[in-house]
Design a binder for this molecule. Structure first.
Ligand code: SF4
Length: 376
């Protein structure tokens, strides 16, 4: 917030102005703040300007469950390599997965490619502008459809992400806990969305949530809509939104088999297309279950028959719905065909250590390799 705006905010506080119900004036204050204080992000265009739908879509898919800081370099890399949706559609899926590696939630990358293909095939390479049509594209849910419609096309749509959810629940002092309160928060957010500049409004709400109305210690004193905020008036800002009890995250166990060839290459396998980390490369392992598998049972999943050495310690990785704990077994095999790969060998490949960074390897697999080769 600039010094002038800060002074206005402080004057308001000193005058103890009464609570003003959230409405069009809230929107006006927020848009004025956005014009002066918005975050400078590589996919953004100035206020009052329509953005490039390709960049809006790409950034919104990348930002799902990922921070802005982590997304920026990936976004820049993707746009430099594939400047248009047609270029992305023409790229092989494997290359897209490789470039995505490290960003997590890999089904997003697969859907990204499927969506680019669909836009080029069914819409001549031009994104549809209506939320209903956007919703039919792969990987585009209600939030992303509303974000593209509002930000890229100026349609009156209301994207509600975690930031917006927090701002709205505080602005209206919604006391019902999440996730039950979601429909009500969505309804209240939509009551604010203006007919004009819906995209700027959506981005202003996102920025306010990220910069001012933060989860802990919101900066109410410099907030441009403090005069309209019921939670601030009731001293509830830090308590809202209320959250229902979280389900405990279960732990799954397994054994990963890290095979290294005499020339240093590591054996990797491509995961099935569907499901968690679909289509990505992995270090072969047992299925991940509730208990650590017994050694004899585990050996049925070993990719080669050889002498295996357990590596001390374990690899722990936390996914959204479960925590994974893997013990790593390591083996060294000869360069010639002095061993037999098991039945799934068509999904396997040898990758030299120097080439590992260029593979579509999810973070958990990188952790397994690092752990397994730590003293190597
Ligand atoms: Fe959030 Fe405080 Fe602003 Fe209300 S006044 S919207 S709680 S930062």
């Amino acid at each position: 917030m600039g010094a002038a705006q800060e002074n206005v905010a402080l004057r308001r506080r000193q005058q103890q102005l009464p609570l003003r119900p959230a409405g069009p004036l809230t929107v006006k204050s927020l848009l004025a703040w956005y014009e002066a204080e918005r975050r400078d992000l590589p996919w953004r265009y100035g206020p009052r300007k329509a953005a490039d739908p390709y960049k809006v879509w790409l950034s919104e898919i990348m930002l799902q469950q990922t921070t802005v800081k982590a997304v920026v370099p990936y976004f820049q890399k993707f746009v430099a390599r594939w400047p248009t949706i047609a270029a992305l559609a023409a790229a092989p899926l494997e290359e897209v997965l490789q470039q995505w590696a490290g960003l997590g939630y890999y089904s997003r990358a697969r859907n990204l490619k499927a969506c680019a293909d669909a836009v080029v095939r069914d819409f001549g390479g031009v994104f549809p502008r209506a939320e209903e049509e956007l919703l039919r594209l792969p990987g585009i849910g209600p939030y992303t459809a509303a974000a593209i419609a509002a930000i890229a096309f100026g349609e009156k749509a209301t994207p509600v992400d975690g930031n917006v959810e927090r701002v709205v629940s505080r602005l209206f002092a919604v006391k019902q806990p999440l996730p039950g309160a979601k429909p009500e928060i969505k309804r209240l957010a939509a009551t604010l969305t203006p007919q004009r500049r819906a995209g700027d409004f959506a981005q202003a709400m996102m920025d306010l949530g990220a910069e001012i109305c933060t989860p802990k210690r919101p900066s109410c004193l410099v907030c441009p809509i403090q005069q309209d905020c019921a939670a601030s008036a009731q001293n509830l800002a830090e308590l809202l939104p209320l959250k229902g009890a979280k389900a405990a995250r279960p732990t799954r166990h397994g054994i990963a088999f890290l095979v290294q060839r005499e020339d240093g290459a590591v054996l990797l396998r491509q995961r099935p297309e569907a499901g968690l980390l679909g289509g990505m490369l992995e270090v072969p392992s047992t299925p991940w279950g509730e208990k650590v598998p017994a050694r004899t049972e585990a050996m049925r999943s070993a990719p080669v028959t050889t002498s295996w050495v357990p590596v001390p310690g374990a690899v722990v990785h936390v996914f959204t719905h479960f925590r994974l704990e893997l013990v790593v077994y390591r083996a060294l095999v000869p360069l010639d065909a002095g061993f037999t790969l098991w039945a799934e060998q068509e999904r396997c490949r040898w990758v030299q250590r120097r080439d590992l960074h260029a593979q579509a390897l999810p973070s958990v697999m990188k952790k397994i390799i690092t752990h397994g080769l730590a003293d190597n």
